[in-house]
Design a protein around this ligand. Sequence first.
Ligand code: ATP
Length: 454
Amino acid sequence: MATLLLVADVRRIVPGTTLAFDDTDSPEGMCTTYLATLMLDELRDYDLIGLPRLVRLNPNVPWKTRGNAAVSIQLGTGTGREAVCGHIGGRTIKCFRSGTPVDPEQLLARAAEVLESNARFEYHSTNPGILCTLNRPPPSLYWKAVREIVRLEDVETILRGCGAKWKVYKGGRGLIGAAAAAAWRPRDRTWEVITYRHPSMLGKERVIDDASVIVMDKSVASTFNNYDHENGHVAIVPGSPCPVLYGIRGDSQSDLLLASDMIRGEKPERWLVYLSNQGTEDHIVRKRIRQLRPGDSVKVEARVTTMPVTIPGGHVVIRISDGSEIDAAFYEPSKSFREVARSLIPGDEVVAFGSVRSSPRTLNVEKLQIKNLSRDVKKVRNPACVKCGKSMGSMGRGQGFRCKKCGSRASDSSSVRVEEPRRLALGWYEPPVSSRRHLHKPIRRMSKGAINKI
Ligand code: ATP
């Protein structure tokens, strides 16, 4: 794999014609990013301007196939510096730092043909959408699509306002994701190199050497979510029958190519580097508990009010309050993350990140910051009477004590207590790699000092 990739300034505006598409795959095959590689192969007479963009949208959209991903690329006549960003059909793919646009109508006609030959129309929930535009939709559309539910009619109105050209198939819902991907202006960003299988390998088991992934994970610190050490699971390889061989995510695009070179096993047929919003937490909004609605992805600052309870299925639930209350659930697949919940006690102050489920109404916790730990003081026995030395009896909850022998009284606080050491430290906690969402910002991406292990 080439290591020539130059670091592109992702915030620079790269004028080109934006082509974006979504909702082309099915659980049985294809992948919207693979379609991007087919487009680049078929439309090779255009130059690629900037990196292709892999944009994840609202993870709580009920009709997503897998990870709610959409793709946007900029095509045109390239000018200025160029950098290697992929290898497709025996050809090195380069992206230019800037360029001049091409006619959106012509581009749409040709790109739509590629989509039509490859999208999985037979699947009931595949509703492709594709657009071409000289003026990208406003970033507000991206922010809405990564956090809320967007209506197709509203997207069409916005696209009309931009002078965009588009084509939809079946229900056309894919236009929502396509427009949102085109609207993304990175605030935070990561990169992913995705490698794809030779068509003759589709349907066969992917053979990737676990040890090589572990070595890569340890030696390339700017990558993340490679290997789930807790479950002994290679996380860069998808579980679905799509054309992806593996994808490595990270904070340095040049490191990604070094990382990919370290992976042993089945040889990729093609690869492409994407700029992405994965791992950025763009979907998370700070909210108060009383404002929570089903489908929200939020962070709430609250105090623990109950002891943890393990319910059937192995899920752990605690109640948290910021004036209003909600059950915070730590689901069984989050494995050791549940140990954090099991170690919380009333009074602990936390920031819980997660999504709101409607029934039962819970906050499914996906990351936790412990801001303050309360003292774990337990009563071990009733006090001894100061006059006669006999053990005193309780007069009821909060009522204090009375000596059965001489009738002396003592306050509630005079019971004999011990303070248990807390097993938790302040800081950040998250589930193992396999149970994280694409937009989850791993602690590995956050400041090193904040990392804690239980
Ligand atoms: P993959 O990750 O394999 O590409 P997917 O999970 O992206 O698959 P899609 O088949 O693309 O699933 O289906 C997601 C659908 O939801 C698309 O039609 C997309 O346009 C639409 N969509 C995405 N975000 C929103 C949103 N915020 N509101 C409404 N619809 C959305």
